[in-house]
Design a binder for this molecule. Structure first.
Ligand SMILES: Cc1ncc(C[n+]2csc(CCOP(=O)(O)OP(=O)(O)O)c2C)c(N)n1
Ligand SMILES: [Mg+2]
Length: 395
């Protein structure tokens, strides 16, 4: 007998509730903590140049994060959000894609954008909302976007990117493109209705999309244990009939290989795949958060020992692909460069105020024009309260 889905139904004659316990989905891992491969593990097909490009992107992400969190504390930018401990997830997954693949991110995946070629200047222009920011200064810091790099602009409302990614991928499929979509989100975002709508549509329409869930243990102050029971996010994708893999998010090689194989599967036959990447958000949620109120130092220290960059670095050293002196010199130069680029971006002029209401409508409606005039009157009347608006506006 078949059900309305044409799936075979097995009949039983006693009540037996299905219990998910004991059906835990395993975690794919290649590298041990000492940077050596497990005996039965195979290293991905990765040459030295790409392996080092991934490493440098991860290190650059971390140094940029350190510097810009400090800049926020100094009052130079209004907001910042680090990816400390999660660099491998973003960089290694992006490294397994082709440049024509579309990325829709949440907000903690700056490593993916950096790997794609977003420059330090471009990061800084966005963070300082200056006239050279691709978003014309109209978004909060860290809401990056880059059409040239196929990276959709970040938006704050959680999970909106998930059904959008399904739609982008459906478009790729209809157009017969040789490209897929990768969609990042946190385990917290997976509590939104959009997660379920996005996954189900993707499964039914067989859209070429990788749902990449960063399960970093927290949604701001809420630990995963208070967000859901059951076997994480991976088991939900199984329920939607989506191919699923769980991976150690602190293992650069495993994340790369998982994403590469997911992409190959999708190219062979259009379909969604979900990867649940297990990690830990080592830093605060953002510059507005202080984790000491909801978790212990001891817990953080345990996870610090599983630093993705440290483990990958050991593997590169074992390979003979990384020189320690070289590495140190490179980081020193990079720190200086980041500081220099930051100072330049800080000095650059502001976007013209009039551009605030452009680009959404073919011509701005009267309502927006009125609001802009109100804003100008406000700035003129109370200049002391709007120091950022003083001078430096590019016409
Ligand atoms: C619809 C919506 N609700 C609430 C928020 C506030 N908020 C911003 S980030 C966040 C936590 C998200 O956690 P997760 O998806 O796990 O990502 P992580 O920050 O851990 O990377 C919340 C609740 C929001 N931005 N949008
Ligand atoms: Mg989270």
């Amino acid at each position: 007998m078949t059900n309305p889905n044409n799936a075979t139904m097995t009949m039983v004659h006693r009540v037996r509730f299905v219990d998910g316990h004991g059906l835990t989905i395993p975690t794919f891992r290649l590298l041990k903590d000492d940077g050596h491969l497990y005996a039965d593990a195979t290293a991905p097909d990765l040459d030295q140049a790409q392996a080092l490009a991934m490493y440098h992107s991860m290190v650059t992400t971390r140094l940029l994060d350190e510097r810009m969190l400090a800049a926020q504390r100094q009052g130079r930018i209004s907001f910042y959000l680090q990816s400390l401990g999660e660099e491998a997830q973003a960089v290694a997954s992006a490294a397994a894609l082709a440049p024509q693949d579309m990325i829709l991110a949440q907000y903690r995946e700056q490593g993916a954008l950096l790997y794609r070629g977003f420059t330090l200047e471009q990061f800084m222009n966005q963070l300082f909302s200056n006239a050279d920011d691709l978003g014309k200064g109209r978004q909060m810091p860290v809401h990056y976007g880059c059409r040239a790099l196929n990276f959709m602009t970040i938006s704050s409302p959680l999970a909106t990117q998930i059904p959008q990614a399904t739609g982008v991928a459906y478009g790729q499929r209809l157009a017969g493109e040789d490209a897929i979509t990768l969609c990042y989100f946190g385990e917290g975002a997976a509590s939104e209705g959009d997660f379920h709508a996005g996954l189900n549509m993707a499964a039914v329409l067989k859209t070429p999309v990788i749902f990449f869930c960063r399960n970093n243990g927290y949604a701001i102050s809420t630990p995963a244990s208070e967000q859901f029971v059951g076997d994480g996010i991976a088991s939900r994708a199984v329920g939607y009939g989506i191919l699923t893999l769980r991976v150690d998010g602190a293992d650069t090689l495993a994340v790369f290989e998982a994403t590469r194989q997911a992409r190959n599967l999708i190219l062979a036959e259009p379909q969604p795949v979900l990867i649940e990447s297990m990690s830990y958000r080592l830093g605060a949620h953002s510059s507005s958060d202080d984790p000491s109120g909801y978790r212990s130092r001891a817990e953080e220290e345990r996870w610090r020992k599983r630093d993705p960059i440290g483990r990958y670095r050991l593997w590169l050293l074992h390979q003979g692909w990384l020189d320690e002196d070289d590495d140190r010199r490179r980081s020193d130069t990079l720190r200086r460069q980041i500081l220099e680029v930051m100072k330049q971006a800080e000095q650059r002029s502001r976007p013209p105020l009039n551009s605030l209401i452009e680009d959404v409508y073919a011509s701005p409606p009267a309502r927006l024009k009125q609001q802009l005039e109100q804003l100008k009157r406000q700035l003129a009347a109370y200049p002391e309260h709007y120091p950022a608006s003083q001078g430096r506006e590019r016409e």
